[in-house]
Write a protein that binds this ligand. Structure first.
Ligand code: FES
Ligand code: FES
Length: 158
């Protein structure tokens, strides 16, 4: 079936089976490999994307659910010349080690900060509890999200 949606600001019309998983569609069909897959069962957050600005797990979404939506993957966030404030804070605070969890973590943080512009450290921990990281011990990720909140100063994350 034909599916129409916006992907990182561009209108798309693609042909896909309605039950194709969005993570496969992004990684295999559209070659957007910044979206990662680990558990494949909704438990790790590696496959997080934004759907109409809200963090969603692409391993649990089907292609048909993209119809009419606006999708943001990590490829649509910031650029090499100008990182998004959340990306910048992850770099500045050393919150990236192997990097596998980072795309999902950044996108989940953007959604979290939209809803919680001035979060406490505890709120950050709870807000990102669905995104697992094997490397950092989470402390630096919390530092990064706290710093991003202060850089953004309550402004919405693009
Ligand atoms: S791969 Fe989707 S939540 Fe783990
Ligand atoms: S930086 Fe390696 S899993 Fe998070």
């Amino acid at each position: 079936m034909k599916i129409r949606f916006t992907l990182n600001g561009e209108e798309k019309e693609i042909e896909a089976a309605s039950d194709r998983r969005v993570v496969d569609l992004l990684r295999e069909d559209l070659r957007l490999t910044g979206t990662k897959e680990a558990c494949g069962t909704g438990e790790c957050g590696a496959c997080t994307i934004l759907v109409d600005g809200m963090a969603r797990l692409s391993c649990l979404m089907l292609a048909i659910q993209l119809e009419g939506r606006s999708i943001t993957t990590i490829e649509g966030v910031g650029s090499m010349e100008a990182l998004h404030p959340v990306q910048e804070a992850f770099v500045e605070k050393g919150a990236v080690q192997c990097g596998f969890c980072t795309p999902g973590m950044v996108l989940a943080s953007m959604d979290f900060l939209r809803e919680h512009p001035a979060p406490t450290r505890e709120e950050i921990r709870k807000g990102l509890a669905g995104n697992l990281c094997r490397c950092t011990g989470y402390q630096k990720i919390v530092d990064a999200v706290e710093a991003a909140a202060s850089h953004l100063g309550g402004k919405d994350t693009p």
